[in-house]
Write a protein that binds this ligand. Structure first.
Ligand code: CDP
Ligand code: MG
Length: 725
């Protein structure tokens, strides 16, 4: 991670070529004392209270009146005029020169792979070309997106270009928001929605063409869709060959922003790859000389430096999530007040999912004369959405979406370094209309350490999670599934067995009710089982807390110079029952001092990890609330319940004490050693369970707690019952 060294001197970071690129904060802004408080800045905003008269006016629903007209929707004339205006833009896109050949290839081939520079027009133009060429005559043209915001935004844009209100010819469908109709000829949708539609329309008969966009991202869902559409295409053809008149062939288009598309081609029977060249101006890359400890702060400083020193052109900052985006937005607004009058305004424009579309559309509009926009986005702006007029990119080197935490398998929670290929895509955003600059908030050395490409999600996530997803999509024969990257057969069988033991699958390998619930949980199956079990055992609060604590390496820090001191400090938290409850004690103590940093330092608690823990906990609580569980249900002081609850997910990770004092795992009879960092190190208990097995010089187990062997049959009746039989 580029921000590993903790130095507060962000002002001395320099570019790779020796130029100072990151200004001192005091250059751009004044010290805190002069920053006006927010009440002052917001006082000028319009009052939102309705007047008495307005309050009296009631609105009635009139079925006969088109709903759209009630709001300030553009008139038909305005829509048609807008489409005319956009026509010029459409004709100027690089992809336009390839229009006829794209139509020809898609018409003549069952499957085509299209690779093109981000912004060349793939997502917005290709569906329109296919529509114009008559390919929507026998069904809708569907185009999938990994991100909801992209699906909505692009659909709205294309509706404007086509010249009809959104929801008519062009619609979108995302979870909880469907603005498409039976008449929609082009439909933008998330990959999740398409998987859902598959459950009710096995052959996706309503679609004539399916475009799988952003294929390079290789999300688990897109990977499942690859296999599904390939098989649907074959099945439909078989029906047609049998003379079924009501079935039409399915055309598949795969679109990607990165060059390595051979894999897609091979998978789809050596489909033809078409390369669309984009326009690219040179982008100069600047790396910081020193690692940055706080990239939000460094981004803030860099943005003001660009604003004061560089030529006109907007700035795009890549951040990791909504909270960070909102933080930086506030900071920029605060500091911008202190810009000297000679310098134009700097206007922050955030883009994230939970945002109304008018606000979102603002990022595409030019900044007023003499001002500069600074767009704050997640990696949605990497390849999904192209924002015009960007000359400067600030790359934090991190992302959050679609990340997997290897410890508990929780999705999209921890900030992780991007790949080299992502870093290149990001810098490319600065050179679409003129030569640009990319400020990387990490060192050249850090860049060299990055992975070349991001690893497909199916390889990163736990195989059992992937299997649950497949089963939840209605694919029962997972071993026979046509994976683009096939997991090993033995690994698959082991996972199936484990899922059976967890009661997620029944004797026939079908998803059980428990399994269906587990598939929806954003954590690996054993943890999902613990959460489900916690509902029955009434200890959801504690289960969520411990799972969150297990999501980081360790909440304890043990600097080698002060190991003894650290050990001593830890004794306060130690529970005789082992690590799970020790962690819980630590969290309680941390909360009682409200996360005080001095307290953390004195007690050798890693406060950064602790903050991650709190973040994970928040997300798990939200998830439980959304799925109808009560995250506050607590077992109080009867903490033995919590251990039993964990055993329901981790009964396979158990070991029994041997006469010679060693532990042997119940499954496989492996000798395992309690890791020295565990609170049960050197202790002898009848039976133990653990969360992790790590092999270094020995088979070490971590996250260890004591249990009674009598608990075992109850924790996993299916498993231990079957073994005995
Ligand atoms: O898919 P690809 O990256 O090849 O390009 P695209 O998303 O189809 O974008 C083509 C062009 O449309 C870009 O120049 C975008 O800036 C523009 N566009 C826009 O102006 N407003 C939108 N809401 C979406 C796209
Ligand atoms: Mg695109």
């Amino acid at each position: 991670v580029p921000r590993s060294v903790d130095n507060k001197k962000h002002n001395n970071a320099k570019s790779g070529d020796g130029e100072g690129v990151v200004a001192q904060k005091s250059d751009a802004t004044k010290s805190n004392g002069t920053v006006p408080d927010s009440s002052e800045t917001s006082s000028s905003s319009e009052p939102t209270q309705l007047t008495k008269k307005q309050k009296k006016k009631l609105l009635y629903k009139d079925e006969a009146r088109p709903k759209k007209l009630a709001h300030k929707e553009p008139t038909t004339d305005a829509i048609i005029q807008k489409a005319k205006d956009l026509k010029k833009h459409r004709l100027s896109l690089p992809i336009y020169t390839a229009r006829d050949i794209i139509i020809k290839e898609v018409k003549e081939n069952a499957c085509v792979v299209i690779v093109g520079e981000t912004g060349s027009g793939k997502t917005t133009q290709i569906p329109q070309y296919l529509l114009e060429s008559g390919l929507a005559a026998h069904g809708t043209i569907a185009i999938t997106q990994p991100r909801r915001v992209a699906a909505i935004n692009l659909a709205k844009r294309v509706a404007e270009e086509v010249g009809t209100p959104i929801g008519q010819k062009v619609g979108y469908s995302i979870r909880f928001d469907d603005s498409s109709s039976r008449d929609s000829l082009i439909k933008y949708m998330t990959d999740g929605i398409m998987l859902r539609e598959l459950l009710s329309d096995r052959l996706l008969l309503r679609y004539s063409v399916i475009i799988l966009d952003e294929a390079h991202e290789r999300t688990l869902r897109t990977d499942i869709l690859f296999g599904m559409v390939k098989s649907i295409q074959k099945q439909r053809q078989e029906l047609i060959d049998k003379g079924r008149k009501d079935v039409q062939p399915l055309r598949i288009v795969i679109m990607s922003a990165t060059l390595n598309a051979e894999k897609f081609s091979e998978y789809f029977y050596n489909a033809k790859i078409m390369y669309i060249s984009g326009r690219m101006y040179p982008v100069k890359i600047l790396n910081t000389i020193e690692p940055q400890s706080d990239y939000v702060d460094s981004a803030l400083v860099t943005a003001f430096q660009i604003h004061q020193e560089e030529a006109p052109g907007d700035i795009l900052i890549f951040l990791t999530g909504q909270e960070e985006i909102e933080n930086l937005e506030k900071l920029i607004e605060e500091y911008a007040v202190d810009l000297p009058p000679s310098v134009g305004k700097l206007i922050p424009c955030p883009i994230f999912a939970a945002q109304d579309s008018a606000t979102q559309q603002k990022i595409f509009e030019p900044a007023p004369q003499g001002t500069r926009k600074v767009i704050l986005a997640t990696n949605i702006a990497e390849t999904s959405i192209t924002i015009p007029n960007i000359r400067y990119v600030i790359d934090t080197g991190c992302h959050k979406s679609r990340g997997y935490n290897a410890k508990i398998g929780i999705e999209s929670l921890l900030v992780e370094p991007i790949s080299k290929s992502s870093a290149r895509q990001r810098s490319g955003r600065a050179g679409r209309e003129a030569p640009g600059l990319c400020f990387r908030l990490y060192t050249e050395y850090s860049f060299d350490q990055l992975e070349e490409d991001s690893i497909p999600e199916i390889k990163r996530c736990n195989l059992e999670s992937a299997i649950l997803s497949l089963k939840a999509t209605g694919i029962d024969d997972v071993t026979g599934f046509d994976f683009m990257d096939r997991p090993s057969k033995s690994g698959m069988l082991r996972s199936l067995e484990h899922l059976y033991a967890l009661e997620a699958l029944d004797d026939e390998g079908k998803l059980t009710e428990i399994g269906t619930k587990m598939a929806a949980f954003p954590v690996d199956p054993p943890y999902a089982k613990v959460l489900l079990q916690s509902e029955k055992m009434e200890c959801t609060k504690e289960a969520i807390e411990i799972i969150s604590l297990l999501s980081v390496d360790s909440v304890f820090s043990a600097p080698s110079s002060k190991r003894e001191e650290a050990n001593e400090a830890r004794q306060k938290f130690v529970s005789l029952d082992g690590d799970h409850l020790t962690l819980l004690n630590t969290l309680r103590a941390y909360e009682s001092v409200k996360g005080d940093r001095d307290w953390c330092r004195e007690n050798f608690i890693n406060s950064r990890h602790m903050r991650h823990v709190m973040d994970v906990r928040k997300q798990l609580i939200q998830f439980c609330e959304r799925s109808g569980m009560d995250p506050k249900k607590s077992c109080g002081h009867d903490l033995e319940i919590v251990l039993k609850c964990f055993l329901a997910g981790f009964f396979q990770n158990t070991a029994l004490l041997q006469p010679d004092g060693t532990y042997k795992s119940i499954i496989g009879g492996q000798t395992v050693s309690v890791h020295p960092s565990s609170s049960l190190f050197g202790k002898k208990r009848e039976a133990i369970m653990y969360n992790e097995l790590v092999f270094t010089t020995k088979h070490y187990i971590r996250g260890v707690s004591a249990l009674e062997s009598a608990w075992l049959p109850q924790a996993a009746p299916k498993y231990f019952g079957r073994r005995q039989a």
